[in-house]
Write a protein that binds this ligand. Structure first.
Ligand code: 5AD
Length: 420
């Protein structure tokens, strides 16, 4: 057999070729269908079928599961890892979060890398991040942008400049622009509409908003006016801990927002911090199960990093090793969700000289380079981070592409939506 082929074309649709077919796995029963018969459901021809376009319970899901199962068995993979893939339980997740067996941890990472390759190919999606305002009216105990921090000079990037940066990025090859800020009511919904429409009228990119909580009506207007994706991390599934760390905020509203955003047709991202004071591994296992239940399109998990100008000053930062395990488990359980190598994780692993490609072999498939003008990066002080670079510079992009390609990874040229 020749070179191994991924089932995915660049746009994440399933390839219709009859040649080697490793199919998308939905959960489902193991059927007795002959795996080879799967190919007949993908007739040759220009059009491609997405697994989700097939009626529920279609035979393809069944023979697909069978294929994957037989692959797992052939690899003599541990039963616990196989169960994590096919029917995750809290107990099993906890096992992988807490085991100290280095062999098992290695197996977990290596399998997560394979699942990533199988379900999303070798493509890395770049999400160009514009941190456009560090004003915030919230008082989150972990975040350096909390409104009580009087030491950080505040900035806002004018909306015309945001549009210029985004267009330059699109011309440099970015297919997604993430607009991120503190919760800042200075920008009106009309401002967001102006920004989204101005960018989209010039370039073909997906736009992700990470601007905090809005009303359901506002989410709707933003969607109707071209916003494609929304990031809203729920930070922890432990409602008591959430309320302690986020004064005046409602955990229920956060989760309801995620459900509403999904109902409105956004691609929805959430995530947690790992190692928050008061957080337990049980709670992290619940977070992972909640990610699955919410059927998220993106999950970003990074270690908590202690910041001096917050009520959590002096608390120990989270363990990056645990964050990597969460990444790997998320990949194995969710299969094709977009999983970034988060900036917080890169900050804490920098001293260990972790290459930025290493996380892709533990399950990640997304990078979020900063497009924020350098003079503002220092001020976007969520947590201590000295890593500054211009993600829009030709040099940066060239280096990044080169480093990825050396590892067999390709910068994606598609919008990088998750195929639901
Ligand atoms: N350490 C790590 N991540 C943090 N965030 C905020 N403060 C910190 C911190 N001290 C993350 C939160 C938030 C995102 C913008 O940054 O998950 O949602």
């Amino acid at each position: 057999m020749g070179k191994k082929m991924s089932i995915y074309d660049e746009d994440n649709t399933v390839r219709t070729s009859k040649s080697e077919v490793n199919l998308e796995v939905a959960s489902g029963d193991i059927s007795n269908a002959n795996a080879k018969n799967c190919a007949q459901f993908f007739p040759p021809g220009p059009q491609s079928l997405r697994p989700t376009e097939l009626p529920a319970g279609h035979a393809i899901e069944k023979c697909t599961s069978r294929l994957i199962v037989s692959k797992l068995v052939n690899k003599r993979i541990s039963k616990k890892l196989k169960d994590l893939y096919l029917k995750p339980t809290k107990e099993n997740i906890l096992f992988f979060l807490t085991t100290e067996d280095k062999g098992i941890i290695k197996e977990l990472y290596s399998f997560a890398g394979k699942v990533r390759e199988e379900h999303t190919g070798n493509f890395v999606h770049l999400r160009g991040l514009i941190e456009f305002s560090n004003y915030c009216f919230r008082s989150c105990h972990y975040c350096g942008l909390n409104k009580e921090n009087k030491k950080v000079p505040r900035f806002r990037i004018p909306k015309e400049t945001i549009v210029e940066i985004a267009i330059e990025a699109a011309n440099n090859g970015y297919k997604t622009i993430v607009l991120q800020s503190g919760e800042d009511t200075f920008y009106s919904i009309e401002d967001y509409i102006y920004i989204i429409k101005s960018i989209k009228s010039k370039v073909d990119v997906a736009i992700t908003l990470a601007i905090g909580e809005k009303t359901f009506e506002e989410y709707k207007i933003l969607k109707e006016n071209g916003a494609d994706r929304y990031l809203l991390k729920h930070e922890t599934s432990n409602a008591d801990l959430y309320h302690k760390l986020n004064p005046g905020m409602s955990h229920k509203y956060r989760i309801d927002s995620l459900k509403e955003l999904k109902r409105l047709g956004f691609q929805v991202g959430s995530g947690i911090m790992i190692g928050l004071p008061g957080q337990t591994v049980e709670s992290i296992a619940d977070d992972i199960l909640l990610f699955k239940e919410l059927d998220l399109d993106m999950i970003g998990c990074g270690p908590f990093i202690s910041h001096e100008e917050t009520p959590l000053a002096g608390s120990p930062s989270g363990n990056p090793e645990l964050a990597f395990r969460v990444l790997a488990i998320n990949r194995i359980i969710t299969k094709n969700t977009n999983l970034p190598f988060t900036t917080a994780l890169s900050v804490l692993t920098k001293e260990q000289k972790t290459s930025f490609t290493d996380p892709f072999f533990k399950g990640a498939n997304v990078l979020m380079p900063k497009l924020t003008p350098l003079k503002y990066q220092k001020l976007y002080d969520i947590y201590p981070n000295d890593n500054r670079y211009d993600g829009n510079s030709k040099e940066f992009i060239k280096d990044m592409n080169k480093t990825l390609s050396v590892k067999g990874l390709k910068t994606s040229t598609s919008l990088g939506n998750r195929n639901r």
